[in-house]
Design a protein around this ligand. Structure first.
Ligand code: NAD
Length: 269
């Protein structure tokens, strides 16, 4: 018996990186998993992600391990597309128990996205892919979870949403992630009476292909050890985050809601 047998989960941004790890973990615990991404083969963009794959998509990996999964290609900033995906999942599998609203990330380099000189196009894009995408996904699953009187929602902020960078770079991303953390607190109050928990994770520096290949090299601290300011003296792994997602999507966290949990190894920014 898996802890999530009979449960239906949706993971956004599941084509690579952290989202892929969440989807695989929920499936390994017994959930049927809808994996959504702008591009279900987004892993092709980064060598480290490509090397890690054991199938040609996250869906294929889950199926090869004996799990059940469906893939959806869509932009979470497109509200109608999000609604349509959630309706299809509910129609196919009869319920929606878990949402991990993981899709998002930054665009541009930290050095080029200082708070005082933000490009309007980048600000708009990053707000939409992070904050709006999260809100649309949460709004789409809420009616299903309310009907069931049960649901577990995990949103994704970042250490950047808690503390600013010392040079003010990546301000658009930090602002979007701070907004997600606070939106989560409101959503927890709204949905708590319906038996739905809503929590947020705030990862620190996690070694995904994108972070190691683009974000760290484009930051003011490009030439310093990214683990130096981490209490545990190592950068995080996707499994470090997946373990916390397991906690927040199983009965271990049934009396936990409205929280923002840092997963940063004790990082000081
Ligand atoms: N890796 C880290 O160190 C770190 C730290 C803090 C927070 N985070 C957050 O965790 C999440 C995953 O990070 P990651 O490092 O795995 O990123 P990533 O870029 O490797 O993966 C993100 C995935 O989301 C997809 N995606 C992006 N925008 C989308 C959209 N509008 N609609 C649908 N799919 C979309 C991408 O195609 C990609 O497959 C992001 O929200 C990120 O901001 C990551």
């Amino acid at each position: 018996m898996g802890k999530l047998d009979g449960k239906v989960a949706i993971v956004t941004g599941g084509g690579r990186g952290l989202g892929r790890a969440y989807a695989r973990r929920l499936a390994a615990l017994g959930a049927k998993v809808a994996v959504s991404d702008l591009n279900l083969k987004s892993y092709e963009e980064f060598e480290a992600e490509r090397r890690d794959m054991t199938g040609d998509s996250t869906v294929a990996e889950i199926e090869a391990a004996g799990g059940q999964a469906m893939g959806f290609e869509l932009d979470v900033a497109d509200r109608a597309a999000v609604d349509a995906m959630v309706d299809k999942v509910a129609a196919a599998w009869g319920r929606v128990d878990i949402l991990v609203a993981n899709a998002g990330g930054g665009r541009g380099r930290p050095l080029d996205t200082k708070a005082s000189t933000l490009d309007s196009g980048l600000l708009d894009l990053v707000m939409k892919m992070n904050l709006y995408g999260t809100v649309w996904c949460c709004n789409a699953v809420a009616p299903h979870m309310k009907r069931q009187g049960y649901g577990k929602i995990v949103t994704v902020s970042s250490i950047a949403g808690t503390a600013p960078s010392t040079d003010g770079g990546y301000a658009h991303y930090g602002a979007a992630k701070a907004a997600i953390a606070h939106y989560t607190r409101y959503l927890a109050q709204d949905l708590g009476p319906s038996g739905i928990t809503v929590n947020c994770i705030a990862p620190g520096t996690i070694a995904t292909g994108r972070i190691m290949q683009t974000v760290i090299p484009g930051s003011a601290r490009a030439n310093t050890d990214p683990a130096a300011r981490v209490a545990l003296r190592r950068v995080g792994t996707v499994e470090d985050c997946a373990r916390v997602v397991e906690f927040l999507t199983t009965d271990l966290s049934d009396y936990v809601t409205g929280t923002v949990i840092p997963i940063d190894g004790g990082l000081l920014r």
